[in-house]
Design a protein around this ligand. Structure first.
Ligand SMILES: Nc1nc2c(ncn2[C@@H]2O[C@H](COP(=O)(O)OP(=O)(O)OP(=O)(O)O)[C@@H](O)[C@H]2O)c(=O)[nH]1
Ligand SMILES: [Mg+2]
Length: 361
């Protein structure tokens, strides 16, 4: 993903990490067409501090070569120019104690210099990242470190993992992962849609799954509507199965037994729906889901109502973009305060189809 430069008027350094949602990135590629600046180095330091990988890319190498050829005349030596640029870049980073790989490239000659190594190493890191997560769960299982990791993996797979680990160690496990890494694409993905009663869970499912026909839609209403669990398959992708769950904290589904009542373990990931203000139940759901190491999205819905309320309240001072930005910031702040690090989406199921799922916090 391309991020704005650090320290611009719109992206000041003080709030840069927050503005770009630093936490959500697996690793960073820092691009510079001249000397690496103090800000480039700072990003590397931040990445290191948060144990994220970083690649420094010195681009437009073709221009350095043209310039040196012009300036040095007969003394010009392409290899020496490249080596110079490399040494200078390395010096800049090592002075700041940043020990990250450097790649010299030009997008005009994609098969020259370090371009191929960069692509190769970035791919390797992506795979390594996914691998690391899986290996950690597997190692937990083999050392019986946690019961949570067990929950996500079927009993059959658990005994296979333990056997392979005992016989062949982590390398054996890695081979098993490689052989099975695309298997998930053909398996149904069970997505739990949860949140407070009346927040708009069933409406979200209808919009997300493209359910319009009467009888096929999840029932929706102003009073408590969903009282049991029902699943809906997405139009256009029969591997996506969304489960319409009753609201948390109702008399029939009290918070204390909610996880058990909804059979929490069987879901692959969760979408928490919230309308208007962030509640204690939302924070509880987010923390609990992450504690069990399940993936989770936070969806703030009914944005159309907020827009219309704000337009009424502010009258001539109303600004739609500002209102959306305010809700976005508030949602993120509430999640941060609750220590829940999950992606946030702002939506409305009432707006026109092309706009309704387009807000991203
Ligand atoms: N304006 C507006 N209303 C919405 C939106 N989403 C849901 N609603 C309305 O909010 C009310 C509750 O929606 P539901 O989808 O039934 O909510 P729920 O979370 O499934 O409710 P329970 O099943 O009772 O827990 C209904 O009247 C919906 O029409 C939205 O994005 N905008
Ligand atoms: Mg419902």
């Amino acid at each position: 993903m391309a991020c704005r430069g650090v320290g611009t008027a719109k992206f000041p350094k003080e709030s840069y990490l927050e503005d770009i949602e630093f936490e959500k990135f697996h690793f960073f590629i820092i691009i510079s067409s001249s000397r690496f600046t103090a800000d480039d180095v700072w990003i590397g330091e931040m990445a290191k501090k948060h144990r994220k990988k970083c690649f420094y890319v010195r681009t437009k190498l073709d221009i350095d070569i043209i310039n040196d050829r012009y300036n040095q005349g007969d003394d010009f030596n392409e290899a020496a120019t490249i080596e110079n640029v490399r040494q200078e870049a390395r010096k800049c980073l090592s002075e700041a104690n940043v020990d990250a790989p450097i790649y010299l490239i030009t997008t005009r000659r994609r098969h020259s210099f370090d371009f191929t190594s960069l692509v190769y190493d970035v791919n390797g890191s992506a795979e390594e990242n996914a691998m690391q997560d899986i290996l950690q769960s597997f190692t937990d299982i083999c050392s019986e470190n946690t019961t949570d990791a067990y929950d996500a993996i079927s009993e059959k797979d658990q005994s296979l993992i333990v056997t392979v680990y005992k016989e062949k160690g982590a390398t054996g496990l890695k081979d098993v992962i490689m052989q099975n890494k695309d298997k998930w694409k053909s398996q149904p993905l069970k997505i739990a849609v949860t949140g407070n009663s009346g927040s708009g869970k069933s409406s979200f499912i209808n919009a997300f799954c493209g359910l319009s026909a009467k009888g096929k839609r999840a029932p929706v209403g102003v009073n408590e509507t969903t009282k049991g669990i029902r699943s809906y398959t997405c139009t256009g992708n029969d591997k996506f199965i969304l489960f319409d769950l009753p609201g948390v904290g109702t008399t029939k589904f009290p918070k204390e037994s909610y996880l058990e009542d909804i059979e929490f373990k069987k879901f692959h990931f969760f979408i928490i729906i919230s309308s208007s203000r962030f509640t204690e139940n939302d924070a509880w759901l987010g923390t609990t889901i992450r504690k069990h190491r399940k993936q989770c999205f936070f969806v703030r819905t009914k944005i159309d109502i907020d827009i219309s309320n704000e337009s009424y309240d502010k009258d001539d001072d109303f600004n739609e973009a500002e209102t959306i930005e305010q809700i976005r910031k508030d949602a993120r702040k509430c999640l941060n305060e609750a220590n829940v690090d999950i992606p946030v989406y702002l939506i409305s199921t009432r707006l026109k189809k092309e706009k309704r799922l387009s807000f991203r916090a």
